[in-house]
Design a binder for this molecule. Structure first.
Ligand SMILES: Cc1ncc(C[n+]2csc(CCOP(=O)(O)OP(=O)(O)O)c2C)c(N)n1
Length: 187
């Protein structure tokens, strides 16, 4: 539809309203490896083949966890579930950047990254089925429990980072959060 197209609203005191454009945009993205398997060697970061394989294994496990969870949810065997299909690389890559002792603050789609920090798939399914014992934090994982309220992860992550700085610890903190809560002014 063109920007000047007229929409008729029956029984309205204003007979016609112009159709306006609220948003026009483009999303730029960079691919190191494209969907046909073509690699840009100049863009390829220095990562060993063994590490890439390990990351890929975690991504596949994340996808399997997610597909299974969605099926369980559709069957009514688990409750509300936020899927993560298409976000595997973002979370597994981020979790790989962490070292032991670093902190992770998940939102609600980071099941793959949480498994990397030591949560079992079984416990995560328990959590999504409403059993809070599934969210018992694995010893030494330095991972916070899932926080559903959007926007809260920012204060948790920044708070941990500040605490580390004040204690002069050399630990990093990574937080996962969602996109739209920025626009809604929640954080
Ligand atoms: C404070 C708060 N308000 C409302 C919700 C309900 N809620 C859950 S997910 C969601 C949408 C989040 O959208 P976005 O930030 O774009 O995240 P994405 O869909 O990409 O995961 C909302 C409103 C919530 N979790 N927390």
């Amino acid at each position: 539809m063109g920007a000047r197209e007229i929409v008729f609203i029956p029984d309205s005191p204003i007979a016609t309203m112009p159709l306006k454009t609220a948003f026009k945009g483009e999303v730029k993205y960079l691919q190191v490896l494209n969907e046909k398997g073509k690699l840009d060697k100049k863009l390829m970061p220095k990562v060993s083949a063994a590490k890439i394989k390990k990351m890929y294994e975690w991504m596949v496990l994340t996808r399997i966890f997610d597909d299974t969870a969605l099926s369980l949810q559709r069957e009514g065997r688990i409750l509300t579930y936020a899927p993560m299909r298409g976000q595997e690389a973002a979370q597994i890559g981020s979790a790989f950047a962490l070292q032991k002792g670093d902190w992770m603050v998940p939102c609600f789609r980071e099941n793959g990254a949480m498994m990397m920090r030591g949560f079992s798939a079984e416990n995560l399914y328990m959590y999504w089925a409403g059993d809070e014992r599934g969210m018992i934090i694995p010893e030494g994982s330095n991972c916070l429990p899932i926080a559903i309220p959007v926007g809260t992860q920012t204060v948790h992550g920044v708070g941990i980072a500040w605490a580390s700085r004040l204690r002069k610890e050399k630990t990093a903190a990574i937080l996962f959060r969602r996109r739209r809560n920025i626009k809604r002014g929640l954080s």
